[in-house]
Every structure is written in C-alpha cells, then in structure tokens.
Design a protein around this ligand. Structure first.
Ligand code: APR
Ligand code: PHB
Length: 397
C-alpha cells in the first residue's frame, strides 16, 4: 500500500491529524494497535481550550461538540475550607473553556473518518517504522497472520506514551525529561448531577480532589491517592465518603452519590521528548509529552501539535517548502514547555506530597490566598487555564 502520510496510532491525535489532512486533500492511513471500541473505552479528561474547539471545527467535526459541550466561564478553587472563583471569562477578556469528554471527541472523529471512507487498520500487530531518515520511509505491521507494508512520504507518530515511534528514534538523537509524581488520581464516573455547575479544584488536608463533569447528568470526580492503592480496594461508598471529607459543607450538602460507571487510578507524570522530529518521522501528542492532568492540558497540547504538523505537511506539498517541517519541533516545544510548567506548578500547589512538613501546606495555603486576592495572580491562573495564544511570545523572539 502507498499513502502520503502513515499515521501510527488512532487516538485523538492520529484521528484529528487524519481528518485535517483529508480536508487539505492529503492521503493518510491510520494504523492502530487495538480495536476502535478499546480506544473509545478509555476515559480521559474533558476540557477543551478554544484552540482545540477551533480545530474540531476546521476538521468539520464540531457540530455535536457545539450542541452538547458545556461552555464554562470560570472554575472554583477550594482551600482552607473556603471556595474562591476564578472568572476565566472576565480575566482573559472573554475566553472560556468547554467541557466535552475526550471519548465523545474521539467518537466524532472516528465517525467522520468512517463516513468519508478513510482507511484505518485496527488491531494491527507488531507495528514497526523504517527508514525515516530517508525520503522513502515505510511502516510494517501484521494483521490476520499476514505481513503488510505501507510506503509513505511521512510518518506521524501519534501512538501515545507507550508507542513504537519514539522508541524507534536513535537514542543518540533524543533527550527525555521526566518527573514521576508520588501519587495517583483515582477517578470515578457516575450518572449523577454534578455537585457544582463549574469545576472545583480542591486542596484539602486529606489531599487533592477534583469535581468535574461530562454533562448535566454525568459527573466525573477524582481523589489523590497513594500509588500503592489498588482500584479494587476502593468501593463506591469509600470513594464518596472520602470525597465528602475533602469538600466544604456546601459540597457535602450538594453532592449526589450513586453507583460508578467507571473507576480507575492514573499515575501522574511530567515528560517531554526533544526533539519531536527525526527525519521524516514526527511525534505528536502523548508520544512526545505527558502532563499531569491538573491543568487539563493533555488533549489541548496534542491538538496544537497536530495543527502545527498539519500546517507543515500542507506547506510541504502545496508550497514545496520544508521550512514548516524544519521548524516543527521548535514551534511545538515552546508551547509544550509552557503547559508543562503550568501543569507541574498547579500540581505541586494542590497536592499533599509524602513526607511534607507541616509548613508546606501553610505555604500552599498562603500562595493560594495570595493568588485569589491578587488581580495579577488570578490572571496568571486564568490565562494559563484557558490556554496561551498559539503565537504567545513570538514577537519577542
Ligand atoms: N502501533 C499502533 N498504535 C499504537 C501503538 C503501536 N505500536 N502503540 C500505541 N498505539 C495506539 C494506542 O492504542 C492509542 O490508541 O496509539 C494511540 C495513542 O492514543 P493516546 O494515548 O490517546 O494519545 P494521543 O492520541 O496523543 O492523545 C492524547 O490522550 O492521554 C491523553 O491527555 C492526553 O488527552 C490527551 C490525549
Ligand atoms: C476531567 O473532567 O476528567 C478533568 C477535568 C479537569 C482536569 C482534569 C480532568 O484538570
């Protein structure tokens, strides 16, 4: 088989890239290790920045998102037993975020892809990338006991943190930066109305908690838990009880509990690969970087990588220029490091760390108190949370 762009991985990054390339008249094949249902079964964050909303529209798949997504103009922060609102809209001159689950976004992209008859190989085994340091790279895989080969001009490594693309880059050409946090997030999804109309980020003496949502009737909650905890050990009752202990009186009163639909524990990690380009192979999304979920930046960073990669590939074919692909890593990494910094900072501000001295939570509370009472402090949180502009800092370079 021959195509212009072989996309390894059919998560949100690979699917969005495929859709945008299709709009630009560029052929792509997606090769995915697992089944479509398995991809849709993963529950992940659900906050879209405006840039991600715009990209879904550009890809022609924004209709359901606009109908069902919930526009949020603010978030709440709970610490020292009191809530404080960050008015995202007012502090950023009219910017908001949208609550729309990654599962739904992925479903919209998958449906558009199959409606357009675009090729996706699911359950491809033993996927390998070859000769990406030349102008004739190719991808091989096995399916139904047969070996297959896709010849292409470019390989897009959209295969997540555990994928094959980053692992295939020469070790001498790659530098990886990593921080693993000493706790995880236990998430619970339930068909209960959310405790609050906006998200609540909680710093409590018992650890971090987050009250999020998927719709007016579906809630998503998280608790900071030790990495040694097993999800099977957490009954629904134990989860609700612990969440109540981390909330304020109003939260305890308003919380509606019910049976969980899903429960899982996710580790927290900050991780960046430099560079993101190896000849004719590019890394995008979780294949190149991971953020802890505290700032909800993962999906949004993936979307902007995809935008920059799409623009660079279109420039290559339409203008016969390699300037875009040459600049891909630099362009992405500026934005990635800013989001990595925010996610790391927000994580250390909101969580209990093992062996913390009593003074550490006093410092956290004092910092939160300062931020919530300072116009510039509030602005700093708001402008990072809604997402810095794509050209942020460009004029100073
Ligand atoms: N061959 C083919 N596909 C692979 C391989 C492989 N060797 N290894 C992994 N994959 C597939 C995975 O099965 C998965 O479907 O690549 C896909 C990668 O998808 P994600 O992990 O969702 O990564 P990405 O598409 O970059 O999405 C980023 O996911 O973790 C969140 O916060 C993150 O929201 C962000 C989003
Ligand atoms: C979620 O809804 O899953 C979610 C929201 C905000 C975050 C992280 C996760 O910061």
């Amino acid at each position: 088989m021959r195509t212009q762009v072989a996309i390894v991985g059919g998560g949100p990054s690979g699917l969005l890239l495929g859709q945008l390339l299709h709009k630009a008249g560029i052929d792509a094949v997606i090769v995915e290790r697992v089944s479509g249902d398995y991809v849709l079964g993963r529950i992940r964050a659900g906050i879209l920045e405006q840039v991600s909303i715009d990209l879904m529209d550009e890809a022609g798949v924004g209709a359901r998102m606009h109908k069902e997504g919930l526009v949020h103009e603010g978030i709440e922060m709970l610490f020292g037993g009191e809530r404080h609102r960050v008015d995202l809209n007012k502090l950023t001159g009219g910017k908001n975020v949208m609550v729309y689950g990654q599962t739904e976004l992925t479903r919209d992209l998958m449906e558009a892809r199959s409606a357009a008859g675009l090729p996706t190989v699911y359950e491809a085994q033993n996927v390998r990338v070859h000769e990406f340091d030349s102008t004739h790279p190719y991808v091989t895989y096995e399916k139904n006991g047969k070996s297959e080969r896709i010849d292409c001009d470019f390989i897009a490594g959209c295969d997540g943190f555990h994928g094959v693309c980053r692992a295939s880059a020469p070790r001498s050409a790659i530098k990886e930066y990593e921080k693993v946090y000493p706790f995880g997030w236990l998430g619970l999804l339930a068909d209960t109305p959310p405790v609050n109309h906006e998200l609540i980020y909680v710093n409590s003496p018992r650890g971090f908690a987050l009250c999020s949502q998927r719709s007016a009737t579906r809630s998503r909650y998280y608790l900071q838990v030790p990495l040694t905890d097993k999800v099977e050990e957490w009954t629904d009752d134990a989860f609700w009880q612990e969440l109540k202990l981390r909330l304020d009186d109003k939260g305890r009163r308003d919380l509606v509990t019910g049976p969980s639909i899903e429960k899982s524990i996710a580790p927290l990690r900050s991780f960046v690969t430099e560079p993101l380009r190896f000849g004719r192979m590019f890394l995008a999304g979780d294949a190149g970087h991971i953020v802890p979920p505290t700032g909800a930046k993962g999906l949004n960073l993936a979307a902007t990588d995809v935008k920059f990669l799409h623009d660079a590939i279109v420039e290559f074919y339409k203008d016969k220029s390699e300037a875009g692909i040459d600049d891909y890593s630099r362009k992405c990494l500026g934005r990635i490091w800013r989001a990595e910094r925010f996610s790391w900072w927000f994580t250390q501000l909101m969580h209990r760390f093992p062996h913390d001295e009593a003074i550490t939570s006093k410092f956290q509370n004092a910092e939160l108190d300062y931020l919530m009472n300072s116009e510039s402090g509030l602005k700093t949180i708001a402008e990072n949370y809604v997402g810095l502009p794509l050209d942020f800092g460009a004029s100073k370079r």
